[in-house]
Ligand binder design. Structure first.
Ligand SMILES: NC(=O)c1ccc[n+]([C@@H]2O[C@H](COP(=O)([O-])OP(=O)(O)OC[C@H]3O[C@@H](n4cnc5c(N)ncnc54)[C@H](OP(=O)(O)O)[C@@H]3O)[C@@H](O)[C@H]2O)c1
Length: 187
């Protein structure tokens, strides 16, 4: 299973402006033009519960597209779940990827947030990263990755300037030698 992490960040690595969960308040139209088709063409999307809460007003459930929300309390969301379209789980990142691979899924789009990104990176489950950088500095906000000490090494595959202000789309693959280092603990 190929796991693609897709994130939007400020220049200083923030995925939110302070505590405001609304990323659409600052993302450029050019990024949105790429992000929404990406969501449309992928049939498996995984996110953390806080990201779900922040984006549920724009989520459109549809047949043949499975969204999985990681929460430590899936029972609490039982009445919001729609089998095959929106499911809540407390599986570990590894268990989840193993189960979904066995079901035949070939690609997984990991859309954050920082805590869930950390859980996937820690277990070396991410293959590539699509990172949009908006030319803004927030100073305070949530980070692309939260709560894990990592040593993930990436290789830049392509870079594209999306507009006049200089929004950048950077595509990376996770280097194979990351797998040797990420599991050792420095804490
Ligand atoms: N700029 C971007 O590209 C981007 C992308 C995504 C999100 N965001 C923003 O980032 C914010 C959310 O990010 P975040 O890092 O705070 O949260 P998050 O990663 O979206 O979700 C965190 C939640 O995941 C669940 N969780 C944590 N560890 C778990 C585990 N071991 N097993 C199962 N579930 C686990 C917990 O849910 P429970 O508390 O229910 O147990 C936890 O509160 C939002 O404001 C969103 O708008 C920005």
């Amino acid at each position: 299973m190929k796991v693609t992490m897709v994130m939007l960040s400020s220049i200083d690595g923030k995925i939110t402006n302070g505590k405001d969960p609304d990323v659409y308040a600052w993302t450029s139209p050019e990024d949105q033009k790429l992000f929404f088709p990406l969501i449309k063409k992928n049939n498996l999307i995984v996110m953390g519960r806080k990201t779900y809460e922040a984006s549920k007003s724009v989520i459109k459930l549809e047949n043949g597209k499975l969204r999985i929300v990681l929460t430590r309390n899936p029972k609490k969301y039982f009445n919001q779940s729609v089998k095959g379209q929106l499911e809540f789980t407390d599986e570990t990142s590894r268990e989840l990827v193993k189960r979904l691979s066995a079901l035949g899924y070939k690609n997984l789009l990991l859309v954050g947030g920082g805590i869930i990104n950390g859980l996937f990176l820690k277990k070396n489950l991410v293959d590539e990263l699509f990172l949009t950088i908006e030319p803004m500095i927030f100073g305070i906000g949530k980070n692309i990755v939260e709560g894990q000490l990592l040593n993930t090494k990436l290789q830049l595959i392509s870079s594209r300037k999306l507009n006049k202000t200089g929004t950048l789309l950077l595509k990376y693959v996770v280097r194979n030698d990351t797998r040797l280092t990420n599991n050792s603990s420095f804490l």
